[in-house]
Design a protein around this ligand. Structure first.
Ligand code: NAP
Ligand code: MG
Length: 505
């Protein structure tokens, strides 16, 4: 079938009945003609149809990205010019902020408050990397006399970037911004559940002046399109955010071509409340730590440890506040929790809660599906607190990825560090204490990429984000991320007047 093509000069209406994929600067339909429905999970309604990429389309995207990298001008631009285009991307996003937030809410079911923060951060990611790349240089190294060495930073090449549904636009921004700042070309594979805002972001890139083929978006099945990209010889790097099992599969397959890899995977992050914590701050911060983004977050603080001496007081306040949280119309500013992303995810969450009950745990609040007014057909789950758990329970060890926290008591610092580290994951962690010495001591012993001290927030553009252990490797959101999209070439030259003759012949 002949591809229908339309070059992108501007984004146009964001709310559409159909979204094409983006290959080589054009809106393109699938070569098979196939589409899939994307939903508004808060209402369980179809939102739009989306072109469904297959291997043939993925191949076209790789060729477009390869050609843009090998023969195009983007990576040859003076770095200031790349930065200017990236700032223009941010400017267009700012000028269409409300529309972007609305599309994110519609396609993900998240609350408008959460979407607002995330779209804002997506914009700042482009601004951050526009600035960071300008000062990102190689080094001149001290050498024995007669030798001169410098390192030349070169973009890696074509990068496949596979992203999840929990932060559809922010994950696209985290991936695209450092990659194109470095001069790479990218192919975004959005999550099948939430393809819309990644497509729109790609369109904005073109409107801002990113040349054709530098950013491409192929919505379609991860098992088909994602897998094809991961195994492709012409793809130099895979950057993936999502579940640990899929991450392992990608790592195994990417090893066949020794691709560069960044993996940002699951978590089961501890939230430790010491007896000397500021009670009010700890309750509010722990609440946000688990229930923001409806708990559908890789760094959700989903394992809570509370010191035995304050346990009763803390839990009374925590449960009282949990029950005050509002689940409902995601576009309402008073809403705290949006919907669950899908019926399947809802069943996964409830399955974990039921398993905890069967294992002997108690549900302090929540533990059931809910049906907010006007959203009865959507996928909703009550914010849930589970107590009386033991470390071996499935709900304590595995990532639930929903608004569910498990709570344990502890007795002393040494013991809680050991228990906090008793997980295969190591992404986030939070410590609530007014004792600075303890905060530092514990922070340095937690096996996690991120430690929040008296803070409900895990990251901003400029702070490293990534995991220890089976939460993956590589850091995003920071200056060093640029190096994960570059190679350091060592250029070693000899300038001595006397010719060197190491073989002495
Ligand atoms: P997933 O399988 O890890 O999917 C994430 C992304 O990878 C999606 O774009 C997906 O495409 C793609 N993908 C899936 N299989 C692939 C493969 N074999 N090769 C290449 N790409 C592939 O996550 P999920 O299935 O949506 O969710 C399952 C669980 O993962 C959740 O219950 C949650 O526990 C966890 N999760 C974690 C994060 C995180 O940030 N840590 C994010 C999302 C989910 P499709 O959408 O087309 O499948
Ligand atoms: Mg999956």
């Amino acid at each position: 079938m002949e591809l229908t093509k339309e070059a992108i000069t501007e984004v146009g209406e964001m709310k559409r009945q159909h979204y094409a994929m983006i290959i080589n600067g054009e809106r393109v339909e699938s070569s098979s003609g196939n589409t899939f429905d994307t939903l508004n999970p808060a209402k369980g309604e179809t939102l739009a149809t989306v072109a469904k990429a297959n291997e043939e389309d993925a191949e076209k995207a790789v060729q477009a990205a390869r050609n843009a990298f090998d023969n195009g001008k983007w990576r040859k631009y003076p770095v200031g010019k790349r930065a200017r285009v990236m700032n223009k991307i941010a400017d267009i996003m700012r000028s269409r902020f409300k529309e972007l937030v609305e599309m994110e809410v519609l396609n993900s079911g998240k609350s408008v408050g959460a979407a607002t923060v995330q779209i804002n951060q997506s914009i700042e990611d482009f601004e951050f990397y526009a600035g960071a790349i300008v000062g990102h240089r190689g080094e001149v190294n001290n050498m024995p006399h007669g030798f001169f060495n410098y390192t030349h930073k070169e973009p890696l090449g074509v990068c496949a970037q596979i992203i999840p549904w929990n932060y559809p636009m922010m994950m696209a921004a985290w991936k695209i911004a450092p990659a194109i700042a470095a001069g790479c070309s990218v192919i975004i594979k959005p999550a099948s559940l939430t393809p819309i805002t990644a497509i729109i972001l790609n369109e904005i890139c073109h409107e801002a002046g990113v040349p054709e083929g530098v950013v491409n978006t192929v919505p379609g099945s991860g098992a088909v399109v994602g897998d094809y990209l991961v195994q492709h010889e012409d793809v130099n790097k895979v950057a993936f955010t999502g579940s640990t099992p899929t991450g392992k599969d990608i790592m195994e397959k990417a090893s066949q071509t020794l691709k560069r890899l960044t993996l940002e995977l699951g978590g089961k992050s501890p939230n430790i409340v010491f007896e000397d914590a500021d009670m009010e701050a700890a309750v509010a911060g722990s609440l946000f730590g688990i229930f923001f983004n409806t708990g559908q977050s890789c760094e959700a603080r989903s394992r809570m440890f509370v010191h035995e001496s304050i346990y009763d007081e803390f839990m009374e306040k925590f449960i009282e506040k949990t029950e005050k949280l509002v689940s409902g119309d995601p576009m309402d500013k008073g809403t705290h929790l949006g919907s669950i992303i899908s019926k399947d995810q809802l069943e996964i969450i409830d399955g974990y809660v039921q398993s905890a009950v069967q294992d002997g745990a108690k549900i302090a609040t929540g533990g059931k599906q809910i049906y907010p007014e006007g959203h009865e057909e959507g996928h909703w789950y009550a914010p849930t607190v589970i107590t009386d758990v033991t470390p071996d329970m499935k709900a304590v060890q595995e990532e639930i990825f929903g608004p569910v926290v498990v709570v344990e008591k502890f007795t002393d610092e040494k013991e809680v560090i050991k228990r906090a580290n008793d997980t295969k994951y190591g992404l986030g962690s939070a410590i609530w204490t007014t004792n600075q010495g303890r905060a530092t001591r514990v922070a340095h012993q937690i096996q996690a990429g991120i430690v929040m001290v008296n803070s409900p927030f895990s990251a901003f553009p400029g702070t490293p984000f990534g995991g220890y252990k089976q939460s993956g490797f590589g850091r995003e959101l920071t200056v060093e991320t640029l190096d994960l999209y570059m190679e350091d070439k060592s250029v070693l030259s000899y300038y001595g007047a006397k010719p060197l003759n190491p073989f002495n012949v």
